[in-house]
Design a protein around this ligand. Structure first.
Ligand SMILES: *Cc1c(COP(=O)(O)O)cnc(C)c1O
Length: 397
């Protein structure tokens, strides 16, 4: 049998340099081992991949367009292309991974799916795919997020998922993830769909693989637009790192392509209201992997803050910790107000209302100057409908 071979620099224990691995409770060892075996065999299975490709095309609406943003290009004096993940079914890149993972769950004979969610995008994507494939779905969500993301809670309920509010910690994403892992320990027959490139091996690798469709399409589309598959720069926002992993994937081994990750500075990296894990974190273990974590001197996890619920996470995927440490990516911390201003710029100049998360990537254009003949791709990870309330309350008009 052929096994899937990663193009990422990951070893068989799931380490990118010294980041990654699988730090899990004993009860999950069997589960993680079976998941690893299933992923590495199905990811190389033509039938599995044909089904994934069919759903990407006919259900999600892929390929998502690569749009030359003429007005932004003129404003910034360079050539800006937007990868439109906001146009996917359910409105963000999360659906790519939800479909890949749910197909894998079905092949493994699983009937019950567990997920965690922050802003609700991953919860909605998972509930959507579960409705499609006839799987039971339980979504853990911090009680604070349940309050501030009501439209997504209602969508999940309409899709037939059970939404479980989590009241521990600061009642956001980290706490929801803890609870989802606890459920999995109690129900090892269930399948856990993680929403980002985080968690124990093989999750970071698996999620990056399902999201890599983004950069695979970019290469084909750039060739058509510019005559060259390679851009000069790709920019993406990083929460746990899945849209950035997908946007960077097929360029990681192309040294001429500059990769810029935008993390959420919140009120500023030097304040205690930030989610800029790469700037403010230290090495530690969170949710099953060794990575950079925002923590106190004695190792207590610091509650993160960002205006964007999807970037409000105290860790970062091990792939990104390594890409940063090895110098392959540049990481720029973008504040709430810089993101709001960038969201307004693209809305008024291109008629595209981006997710607040994606606005962090767009804000890099205000910070970095590119050559007039450069090709710059910004990954627009999602649409902004869920954020209208925040935009309108921050005098963004
Ligand atoms: C969830 C989300 C993110 C952040 O998650 P990553 O795993 O870092 O991509 C970014 N953008 C949107 C639209 C999201 O829904």
């Amino acid at each position: 049998m052929t096994l899937f071979k990663s193009i990422l620099p990951v070893d068989e224990r799931g380490f990118y340099g010294h980041f990654g691995g699988a730090y899990i409770p004993e009860v999950l060892h069997g589960n993680i081992k079976r998941l690893r075996e299933a992923f590495y065999s199905y990811a190389a299975d033509p039938e599995f991949n044909a089904e994934f490709d069919r759903l990407m095309r006919d259900y999600v609406g892929r390929p998502s367009p690569l749009f030359r943003a003429d007005n932004l290009s003129e404003l910034y004096g360079t050539n800006i292309y937007l990868k439109r993940e906001d146009l996917n079914h359910t409105g963000a890149h999360k659906i790519n991974n939800a479909i890949g993972s749910a197909l894998l769950a079905r092949r493994m004979g699983k009937h019950r799916i567990i997920a965690e969610t922050g802003a609700g995008q991953h919860g909605v994507a998972t509930a959507t795919v579960c409705a499609l494939l006839g799987l039971e779905c339980v979504v853990y969500m911090g009680a604070l997020d349940v309050e501030r993301q009501q439209p997504n809670v209602q969508r999940m309920k309409m899709l037939g998922a059970r939404v479980e509010p989590v009241y521990s910690g600061n009642r956001t994403l980290k706490d929801a993830t803890n609870e989802a892992i606890r459920d999995w320990c109690n129900n090892p027959d269930s399948f856990y769909i993680i929403g980002s490139t985080v968690g124990p091996h093989p999750y970071p690798e698996m999620v990056a693989h399902f999201q890599s469709v983004i950069s695979r399409e970019m290469r084909e589309q750039l060739l058509r637009h510019t005559g060259n598959e390679l851009p000069d720069c790709v920019i993406a926002c990083v929460g746990g790192g899945s849209n950035a992993a997908g946007a960077f994937y097929h360029f990681i081994n192309e040294p001429s392509v500059r990769l810029i990750a935008a993390e959420a500075a919140g009120k500023g990296v030097d304040t205690d209201m930030t989610a800029a894990t790469i700037h403010a974190g230290r090495e530690g273990i969170i949710h099953g992997s060794r990575t950079l974590v925002m923590q106190t001197a004695d190792g207590q996890i610091v509650e993160p803050y960002s205006i964007s619920a999807g970037l409000d996470y105290p860790g970062i995927g091990p792939l990104h910790a390594w890409l940063h440490e090895s110098g392959r990516t540049e990481v720029i911390a973008v504040t709430d107000s810089e993101a709001l201003s960038a969201a307004m710029t693209i809305t008024r100049r291109e008629g595209i209302i981006p997710a607040l998360e994606s606005a962090h990537a767009l804000a890099v254009l205000d910070r970095v100057k590119f050559a007039p003949d450069a090709t710059v791709v910004v990954n627009v990870s999602g649409r902004g409908d869920k954020d209208l309330h925040t935009y309108l309350n921050s005098n963004c008009q």
